[in-house]
Design a protein around this ligand. Sequence first.
Ligand SMILES: NC(=O)c1ccc[n+]([C@@H]2O[C@H](COP(=O)([O-])OP(=O)(O)OC[C@H]3O[C@@H](n4cnc5c(N)ncnc54)[C@H](O)[C@@H]3O)[C@@H](O)[C@H]2O)c1
Length: 353
Amino acid sequence: MKFSWKGLQRKPHGNRLSDNQIVVNRDAFVCRRELSMPIVSITDYTFPSLDIEESLIRAAGGELRIGNDKRVEALKRLAADADAVITQFAPINAEVIAAMQQARVIVRYGIGVDNVDLDAARARGIPVCNVPDYCIDEVADHTLAFILGVTRQVVPNTLHVRDGKWGLATPLDQLRTLRDQTVGLVGFGRIGREVAARLAPFKCRRLVHDAFVPADTVRASGCEPVSLDELLAQSDIVTLHCPSTPQTKKLLNDDSLGRMKQGSVVVNLGRGDLIDSGSLIAALQSGKIAAAALDVFEQEPLPLDNPLRSMPNVITASHIASASPKSVRTLRETAAKIAIMALRGEPLPNMVN
Ligand SMILES: NC(=O)c1ccc[n+]([C@@H]2O[C@H](COP(=O)([O-])OP(=O)(O)OC[C@H]3O[C@@H](n4cnc5c(N)ncnc54)[C@H](O)[C@@H]3O)[C@@H](O)[C@H]2O)c1
């Protein structure tokens, strides 16, 4: 016999049950907690379905609960009795974490964990795990697509032909040769290194700033380790591959954009809040920054009236650089498997707190 939390919570108050019935229900409640299926709550997702997760979690004897509301109160309700929580973009802040009564893990569908309050989770003893390696090639490929898209003016020329025109879509000096460019990579982790490796055959100069990776590691891959100031001052193209942390938020702002080369290019596939978008828009309008290629934004979805949607010198995507059939399947399977490992009390991989 199965009893639901909801039934138990409502009946004693709403239906004026007799003492006897309440006692029966209390016994049932105890039974449920002993025999019950552990609950995996998924706060939000952008996939067409959750069939992969559902079959894995069911096969492991778990019950799947699905949320579709990123507001804090709804998240608190969904997470309250979950044994494992999987989240994509919903804000799992200290309040939501405080509402978790028995969560044994919070799993992020992705690499960046900036939507989860790691300190609050640590304080509650709840491990946070990510999926660190599901989309490295996809994001690195997309970065090259963005860099080449800008340097070879792929989008304006496509629109030019589609518009019935012929010849150069932009002034000649906007067509750049990657061999003659200096590309500055901020962040030399899994993705940054793959971007650097993909850039090598194009023969451009490659500068790297990473706050934690030793200079020798950077040199071993044929890149030049530099300070952030040097990178900004010398790069024709700056591409961001560091996480969003208190140290990196608004890394590109009025001041740092002002220190970049006149007519340089900004590429961001890291996180939207690495850039102060107002500062970037102003720099694009003034010509200080010649072009930008952006997969991530301070506010997502990007508001319809945001100028970045329509500026001719900006190419965009809607936070999809990680996507491919293989990467999405790996992401979903891995997240579900980590949740199941937590339900079973097994040691967890990819803990980030
Ligand atoms: N657009 C997308 O769809 C997408 C997909 C995956 C990841 N990402 C973003 O890309 C980021 C990088 O991913 P990754 O797999 O390479 O992560 P990673 O952890 O392997 O590498 C991040 C690197 O950034 C460095 N770093 C940290 N703080 C820094 C600072 N203040 N200055 C300079 N470097 C700093 C770290 O030392 C590390 O080497 C993720 O954090 C995530 O935000 C975006």
